[in-house]
Design a protein around this ligand. Structure first.
Ligand SMILES: [Fe+2]
Length: 198
């Protein structure tokens, strides 16, 4: 009996060094964007792994959480955000689905979904249409434990110079989320209740 080989697209397997290598494929190592992205991504990955380790009963795939957190913002170079060295043509909000497209091309479909679904606390199709957001009209909501944990951990970190590795207080995050609609803090509170805080 021959086993069907697992395709790259179905795989969640990726080591930390493979994830870092993939980042460096798209970001010159000494560039401003790489500096911001790398410090932010490593802070989010460390936070997400700690959250996952606090919740063994949910069976999180810790290595997948680590590698997908390292890659979750890979799309930012395609956006226009000169403050962090990104000179692309897309609005910053698009970095999630742009990251998805990059990782799909690289053959990592599950990592790609983490990229698309981590922005804010998730964005649904109806909001995209109603608010005319510059995004493809589809649900971009974290669904799995791994997708939720990366999205949740990411909210603790801004890309403010000098504060990249300093987690924000939950109260501050909740306050900020209010700007995007009354349902957003509710989702974040749900993450706090489900996964706990560090
Ligand atoms: Fe991020």
């Amino acid at each position: 009996m021959s086993l069907k080989p697992r395709t790259a697209q179905q795989s969640t397997m990726m080591t930390t060094s493979e994830a870092e290598k993939l980042l460096k494929k798209y970001y010159p190592e000494g560039s401003m964007a790489f500096g911001y992205l790398y410090e932010h991504s490593m802070a989010v990955a460390a936070h997400a792994v700690k959250i996952a380790e606090m919740n063994p009963e949910l069976g999180p795939d810790i290595e997948f959480i680590r590698s997908s957190a390292i890659l979750h913002d890979i799309g930012i170079f395609m956006t226009h955000n000169p403050d962090i060295g990104c000179y692309g043509e897309y609005p910053y909000l698009a970095h999630g689905y742009l990251g998805r497209e990059i990782l799909e091309k690289e053959g990592f479909l599950k990592h790609a979904l983490v990229c698309e679904r981590h922005v804010g606390v998730g964005i649904n199709k109806e909001e995209i249409i109603r608010n005319k957001l510059p995004l493809p009209p589809r649900d971009m909501i974290p669904l799995t434990v791994e997708e939720e944990i990366v999205c949740y951990a990411d909210k603790f970190y801004s890309k403010t110079p000098g504060k990249l590795s300093t987690p924000k207080a939950a109260d501050k995050i909740l306050k900020n989320l209010e700007k995007y609609g009354p349902d957003k803090p509710v989702v974040f509170r749900g993450f706090i209740e489900k996964y706990g805080t560090l």
